[in-house]
Design a protein around this ligand. Sequence first.
Ligand code: ZN
Length: 293
Amino acid sequence: MTIRNIALLALAIAGIALSVIIGLFQPDKNLPPTAAPLFELMGKPLKTADRALTRVLPISDLDERELGEAIALRYASYREEGVPEQKYLDELVQALTRNNEKGFEYRVFILPSSVPNAAAAPGGILFVTSGLLTMVETESELVSILGHEIGHVELSHCMDMVRFQLLAQKIDSRPLGEIADIAVGIMLRPSFSKTQEADADRYGFGVLIREAYNPFGMANAFDKLAALDPSSMDRANPLYEYFMSHPYSKLRADRYRAEARQAELESYYVGKLNLEEKLSRFSQEYEKEWVRR
Ligand SMILES: [Zn+2]
């Protein structure tokens, strides 16, 4: 076999594995949309043996904070402790959510995908792809996307969706680890309504204004997402199918460009250097990142 043939075969196998997994996620099938096979494809082990994860829980007793803890525990290998990107995101998200109304301890997980995207799950769990960290050029842009995802949690979109889907699947009790997988599976699939997406945008924009970040950060981030060329992406990446249909668009960019023009801020912080240095503005503020209007 030539190297080219081996590569083609590997691609074919990856393709079959992917379609099997996507098959599992078809909403019409009775199988719960568990995220475990997807994460196994990404190559890191998921924690299983913990007592908190094996405890069987009636869905009626399901508490959002507890579910968040279970997700954090089960997917712990997707946190890159000690890596600058992880430290940076942790610092940033902790500062942005310091007074969050739900009282959650927000945690960020970095997914190895070149496709830029982000997702949220119940209890303050945020997922960002490494492709997203490469795509954004300023901390303002990153904050607008994190703010959108935090919005999905704070506005209860995540937990409402999980409860709805568990009910629809007639799942009444499961081990907590399995519920965590189902919840993450639901959250990685674009499933929010247009209204919920618009509300999360509004929440994210509110975070930019509240923290005096560049109000154009959101429009800039949406512009970059809208300009993504799907044909340039690595389709063998298991996250590709999930993230391609996320409803980012030129429309959202235009809308938030108009909002930014009207924002009443005398000065705002851009944070290009913060992103480059992986030092959040909350730990290192650079004078030259401030823009007076
Ligand atoms: Zn969203």
